[in-house]
Design a protein around this ligand. Structure first.
Ligand SMILES: [Zn+2]
Length: 477
C-alpha cells in the first residue's frame, strides 16, 4: 500500500519552505548529508523536546545525560562494535560501485548488472586520529625509509603503526555506550532505585554503505536513546511496557495509527547484544521502515564493561538484599527519521473554497511556528498595531511576522509550514482593538481582544476548548 505522497514532493517542500537543504550545496553537496533550515531546526528541536518531556520530565524514574562523542577506544572493543558492527560489502567488477551485499539481490550489480566480488566485512564506525598525528605523511615517510634500509627501519614502521593505532579513535555509532560507562556515576549521584532509566539525545555516526531516502538513512544523525535498567527476570515485562509506551508516543504526537506497525525481529536479525527486539515501523513512501527499535540488551553491556574496565558495574538492591548486574531495555529512536515521518504524516493537499492548498497538520507542539501575525496589508496605519501584537506574542511563542503579498497567499504559506494559528490585524482592529484568529485545520475564525491575546493562543495551543461565547466566529473569506 503506497502512501499518499511521494518523496520528491516532500524533498521539494522541505527545500522551498526552509525545512531541509542539501549540505554544502554551493559546492555540489555531500552525499547523504543534509542541513536543517529555519523551519527544520524548530521542528527538530520540538521533536527532541517532546521526547525529552515524555521520557525524562514527565517521569520520576528517568534522568538525563549528555556524554562526549569521542570516547576511549576500549569502549568499542568491550561493546563489540570493533568486531561486530559490520556490514557485508560487495563491489561491482565493472563499474566499481560498492553495495551492501543484501541490497544487491541475485548477486548482480543493481546499477549495471555486472559481476560482484565476494563479500567482505566492512566496519561502520568512522575512524579518526586524536592528537597531532599526520597519519599519511608519517606512515609514508617511515615506509620510504624502511624501503632504503629494511633491517633498521622496519622496526620504525611497526612502532609508528602501533603509535597510530593508539591515536585511533572512533566517532560514536550510538549514544548508548556513553550511558553504560556512566552507570555507576549516575546511580550514585541521582540516588535512584531500580528500575530506573538514563536518557540521552545526541549525534551518532555510521559509515553506511548505502545511505539514502532523504534524511531517513544518513551517515551523521541524531539519536534519542533511553537505557532502562531493571532487575533480571522483570526484563520481559519491561520490554513489553516500553514497546507499548513508545508506539503510543508517536500516536499521541499526531501520527495516524494506520501508518504505524510493530514488528518483532527474527532471531537471525538480532544485533549481537540483543535478546529480543521490536521495531516501531512507519509507512514511508518507500515502504514500511524502522522508526525506532526497542531492544532487550540483557546484561551484555554492563557485564562487558565490567570485564574490560575492571570496575564492578553491579547494583546493590537494598530491598531484596542482593547484588546483581541489571538488565537493560533500550528504546532507541532516530530524530531525523522521526522528523521525516512527522512531515510526511502531516502532509495534505486539499481544496479549500475552490483553491488548492498544501497543508502540514502538525501536532501543535511540533509546529515550527506557533502563530503568525499578519496585518491585512502593508499599511502605515496597520503596521504599528501589528508590531505591537507581534511583541506581545513573541516572548511566549515562536512567532512569525509577515506583511508581504496578499493575505490569501500568506495564509497558504503558513499552511504549508504548518502554523496552527494566524492572527490578522485589519482596519477595524484600530478602533475596536480586536484581531481575528484563524485555525489552520478547521479554517474557523474567531475575533478576540488584543488584550490577553497571548493567553488565548496559549490555551488554544494546549488544545483546550476556548470559551468563544463572548466572541464571534466566521469562516475564512
Ligand atoms: Zn556495476
Amino acid at each position: 500500500m503506497p502512501t499518499k505522497v511521494d518523496m520528491e514532493k516532500i524533498v521539494s517542500l522541505c527545500k522551498r519552505r526552509g525545512f531541509i537543504f542539501p549540505s554544502s550545496e554551493i559546492y555540489g553537496g555531500l552525499a547523504s548529508c543534509w542541513d536543517y533550515g529555519p523551519m527544520g531546526v524548530e521542528l527538530k528541536r520540538n521533536v527532541k523536546e517532546a521526547w525529552w518531556k515524555a521520557i525524562v520530565q514527565d517521569r520520576d524514574d528517568v534522568v538525563g545525560l549528555d556524554t562526549s562523542i569521542m570516547m576511549h577506544p576500549g569502549v568499542w572493543a568491550a561493546s563489540g562494535h570493533i568486531d561486530s558492527f559490520t556490514d557485508p560489502l560487495v563491489e561491482c567488477k565493472s563499474c566499481h560501485v560498492r553495495w551492501r551485499a543484501d541490497t544487491a539481490e541475485g548477486g548482480k550489480c543493481p546499477k549495471c548488472a555486472g559481476e560482484l566480488t565476494e563479500p567482505r566485512m566492512f566496519n561502520l564506525m568512522f575512524q579518526t586520529f586524536m592528537g597531532p598525528v599526520d597519519v599519511k605523511a608519517e606512515l609514508s615517510g617511515a615506509r620510504s625509509l624502511a624501503f632504503g634500509a629494511p633491517e633498521i627501519s622496519g622496526v620504525g614502521v611497526a612502532k609508528l603503526e602501533e603509535q597510530l593505532d593508539r591515536a585511533t579513535i572512533y566517532l560514536r555509532p550510538e549514544t548508548a555506550q556513553g550511558i553504560f560507562v556512566n552507570f555507576e556515576n549516575v546511580v550514585t549521584t541521582s540516588r535512584k532505585k531500580l528500575p530506573m532509566g538514563i536518557a540521552q539525545i545526541g549525534k551518532s555516526f555510521r559509515n553506511e554503505i548505502t545511505p539514502g531516502n532523504f534524511i531517513f538513512r544518513t551517515r551523521e544523525f541524531e539519536h534519542m536513546e533511553l537505557e532502562y535498567f531493571v532487575k533480571p527476570g522483570t526484563d520481559e515485562k519491561w520490554l513489553d511496557y516500553w514497546v507499548k509506551e513508545r508506539f503510543n508516543w508517536y500516536v499521541k504526537m499526531g501520527i495516524k495509527k494506520e501508518n504505524l506497525r510493530l514488528r518483532e525481529h527474527g532471531k537471525d536479525e538480532l544485533a549481537h547484544y540483543a535478546k529480543d527486539c521490536y521495531d516501531v515501523e512507519y509507512l514511508f513512501p518507500m515502504g514500511w521502515s524502522e522508526l525506532e527499535g526497542i531492544a532487550n540488551r540483557g546484561d551484555f553491556d554492563l557485564t562487558q564493561h565490567a570485564k574490560c574496565s575492571g570496575r564492578e558495574l553491579s547494583y546493590h538492591d537494598a530491598e531484596a538484599g542482593e547484588r546483581y548486574v541489571p538488565y537493560v531495555i533500550e528504546p532507541s529512536a532516530g530524530v531525523d527519521r522521526s522528523v521525516l515521518a512527522f512531515i510526511i504524516d502531516a502532509y495534505e493537499e486539499e481544496e479549500v473554497e475552490k483553491e488548492k492548498r498544501t497543508v502540514l497538520h502538525f501536532h501543535r507542539s511540533l509546529a515550527p511556528i506557533k502563530v503568525a501575525v499578519l496585518p491585512l496589508s502593508r499599511n502605515e496605519k496597520l503596521t504599528p498595531l501589528a508590531k505591537e501584537v507581534f511583541r506581545q506574542l513573541c516572548p511566549s511563542f515562536v512567532t512569525d511576522y509577515d506583511d508581504s503579498q496578499s493575505i490569501g497567499r500568506r495564509y497558504r504559506r503558513q499552511d504549508e509550514i504548518g502554523t496552527p494559528f494566524c492572527v490578522t490585524i485589519d482596519f477595524e482592529s484600530i478602533g475596536d482593538k480586536q484581531v481575528t484568529i484563524r485555525d489552520r485545520d478547521s479554517l474557523a475564525q474567531i475575533r478576540v481582544p488584543i488584550e490577553g491575546l497571548d493567553k488565548v493562543i496559549e490555551t488554544k495551543l494546549k488544545g483546550e476548548a476556548f470559551d468563544a461565547s463572548t466572541l464571534w466566529a466566521t469562516r475564512e473569506k
